[in-house]
Write a protein that binds this ligand. Structure first.
Ligand SMILES: [Zn+2]
Length: 258
């Protein structure tokens, strides 16, 4: 892909090129970058919109589902007329309407053990916008195996949490939580609801982290910190976390076995 920006691109991205930390060089890095968004839902919608707007060269979108009426309260990539359409196709239309410069690769499948490595290979960053623990652990493990930086996020009701992971350099999702919670707790989570704007806040933070990583400023990334958001009290809190050398995904034993 070209290492020069066209006149149109310079105008389109002028307000972020003006940001000293990004500049023309950062913009070219974004243009050459490939980001995989897992899930075209509440988190994936704002993340993908901002990444497309920012001029990320290629966006991969993975989602097996079709748009339902109850999605529209938070999954802002999709409109009323999209009900029944594959979410990845609806997403591709919206993202290319916003920015035809961005190549959108769609995968209308569930991100599973069987296909995860094949889908994720070749991407520079992963935004995990999945809505279940099994997928979150799978994204974590595959990203570490393939050495791809990623952003984790989870949301429920009026709360969210997020963290960025640089494989084997910073704490991973499994360093913190080891394994998915028992099924009875998961069921409670899925029934508990979510405010759309809370998903928007967390997905937007994930897009910010992706842009920062791709534009080359690693120092300020949300690594070794779990950021929690309580929308009811309107409070952000960050908890320091450390990498576990015994971690089943990123521990030293796993590194030695590679
Ligand atoms: Zn770990």
């Amino acid at each position: 892909m070209s290492t020069r920006l066209t006149t149109d691109q310079i105008e389109r991205y002028s307000r972020q090129i003006m940001v000293p930390d990004i500049g023309g060089k950062g913009q070219i890095h974004l243009r050459q970058a490939r980001v995989l968004v897992i899930g075209a839902g509440g988190l994936g919608s704002p993340a993908a919109f901002y990444l497309a707007a920012a001029g990320v060269g290629t966006l991969g979108i993975v989602d097996p589902d079709r748009v339902e009426l109850s999605n529209l309260q938070r999954q802002i990539l999709h409109a009323t007329a999209d009900i029944g359409r594959h979410k990845v196709e609806s997403a591709k239309t919206k993202l290319n309407d916003l920015n035809p410069d961005v190549e959108i690769d769609i995968f209308a499948v569930r991100f599973e053990e069987d296909n995860a490595a094949e889908i994720a290979a070749g991407f520079d960053f992963i935004v995990d916008g999945s809505d279940n623990f099994d997928t979150k652990f799978l994204v974590n493990d595959v990203a570490i195996r393939l050495d791809i930086a990623f952003s984790h996020a989870g949301i429920v009701r009026l709360q969210g949490q997020t963290m960025t992971v640089l494989p084997r350099k910073t704490a991973c999702y499994r360093c913190l939580f080891q394994a998915p919670p028992p099924p009875e707790e998961i069921l409670n989570c899925q029934q508990s609801g979510i405010l759309g704007a809370v998903a928007g806040t967390l997905g937007t933070i994930q897009a910010t982290e992706a842009v920062k990583y791709l534009a080359g400023f690693e120092e300020g990334l949300l690594t070794d910190r779990l950021l929690t958001y309580d929308a009811k009290a309107m409070k952000f809190h960050s908890v320091e976390v450390t990498r576990d050398p015994q971690c089943a995904a990123c521990g030293d034993k796993q590194a030695a076995e590679r």
